[in-house]
Design a protein around this ligand. Sequence first.
Ligand SMILES: Nc1ncnc2c1ncn2[C@@H]1O[C@H](COP(=O)(O)OP(=O)(O)OP(=O)(O)O)[C@@H](O)[C@H]1O
Ligand SMILES: [Mg+2]
Length: 276
Amino acid sequence: MYTDYWGLKSLPFENVPDPRFYFPSSQHEEGLHRLLYAVTQRKGAAMLTGEVGCGKTLLSREFLGHLRDDRFNVALITNPDFPAQQFLHEVLYQFGIDTTGSRKVSMLHRFNEHLLNNDERQIQSVLVVDEAQAISDEQVLEELRLLLNFQRNDRFLLTLVLLGQPELREKLWAIPQFAQRIGIQYHLMPLEPAEVDRYVKFRIQAAGRSEELFDPEAVQVISECSKGIPRVINNLCDLCLLSGCLAKASRIDADLVRMVARNGYFSTPVSTVIHG
Ligand SMILES: Nc1ncnc2c1ncn2[C@@H]1O[C@H](COP(=O)(O)OP(=O)(O)OP(=O)(O)O)[C@@H](O)[C@H]1O
Ligand SMILES: [Mg+2]
């Protein structure tokens, strides 16, 4: 463990969706505010897509942290690749509704009652589906679309929030009657180089160290190797801190980053960066 060596209170570059490490980049904030707008204004559906490892899941946790328990009833499905018959069960289960032995019609009735009951108490019901690109049964998408029919004359009783990799957009665009109903959308791209610098500094600070650790040139190499993808930045920075500790370095410089990058899997063929 290198935390003591670098004067850190915790590991700064863990790939877990811990909102304490949420870096409010301009894109993440835009995505977050669109999702919050969708639920506070009781829209029917919102979709956040983004490149692999760019922060959709972490952003969803940050988003959930903004939803007060007394105003929102949230169900989260993190692995939605169920057969269609089981999907509705899973949705109800995540809302805490008993489904034992229920047939589809009575499940839908119970769900409707649950949503109406929430609505009467001025609680908005929110269903968040992460990894929605992994839904392989088209009937499940149809089930999701039908959930948007739970509405009153002037508002939706349920807000559906879909998160997924870029294929999700294509999947939904192929179903216009669904895609058209998703009024709020956003796509997360990798971080810009200037943001990579702020990202690295932010995470070091969030882990309890106020002085900088990476040389500016080192951050430049990290930015090139990772193409700005946070998950890859994390992997690379973590290994740099480990190697730097073993080498008793006082800071992380560009040579050390290149050495670490040469020996690992990062999104750019490292040779182009090292010899470029
Ligand atoms: N805005 C951010 N602030 C801090 N860390 C971030 C941010 N975005 C991403 N990360 C880091 O990158 C890691 C990967 O992000 P995350 O798992 O949210 O990506 P994803 O888009 O859901 O990926 P996948 O497409 O594989 O599901 C996170 O665990 C987190 O540590
Ligand atoms: Mg994810």
